[in-house]
Write a protein of this length. Sequence first.
Length: 304
Amino acid sequence: MTRKTKNQNLKQKVKSRIPKDWLSEIRITYRIAIETFKGIAQTGLVNIAIITTIAAILTIFGSIFRVTLALNSFISSMGSALEVSAYLSQDADINQTINKVRDIEHVVKVSFISKEASWVQLKKEIDVPDISNPLPNTLRVKLDDTKNIATVIDNLKKVEGVDDASYAQDLVQKFEMINAIINTATFVFVVIVCILTIAIINNTIELVIQSRKEEIEIMRLMGVSNWYIKTPLILQGAIYGFLGALVAIIPIDVVQSYIIKMHEFFMISIDPLAQFTVLFSVLTLGVAFGSIGSFMSIKKHLQV
């Protein structure tokens, strides 16, 4: 064990045996709060520009995130509405085949469409020649998720009495492609929000450090601990992020109202947690990135 390690262990033991003065702890907390708001006051009118800029960034992020959740819900609802068509052989036992299909994993609902009903419907839609009905009896199979279509198709083809199975493959692929694009765009924008917010907070805290450089130097000469100097600056960045997020909630709520109307128009159920998820994410990102931006600025411009 090195001498430095021994000294650190000794300090920890001594510190653990010192009784806590809760009044002193409260005074220190009070002073940290005072220093935090002092830094905000010294920044002046620039505070408005900082909070407004962060709010604008978080508004764009929150709106895109909320629209993403709405589109995912829409795509999921449309995808769940897609059905696989299973075509039965002429000698198939319909009831037995339906029961076997229902037992397949990921199958939610099975509907039987007789070949007579299909033929009548086809005649209504297009002009067909007067020939005997060539259509087979069909089962419409509803799935729990479009991701499981390939698995269900393979299992359907193994069922006795099922000649073939098909689905709207192009439509499913388009849904999946749109979903992937939306999720990727959201992730990219989160990264952009992170970089912009941290950069803004970083530059702001740098100005505070420069304006209080002599004061901070005096505190260091007086033996004030590093965390006492750092904490107010980190809290200042967190407050900027929090206030920016609060302002961003207002326009995000407006976006939410339009999304609700869109859901009602298409008669798609609304995820009750979607808006809460967005607001929580905006507040969390605002505070987190504000704190991170301050911390990075301290490490860069304040050698404590």
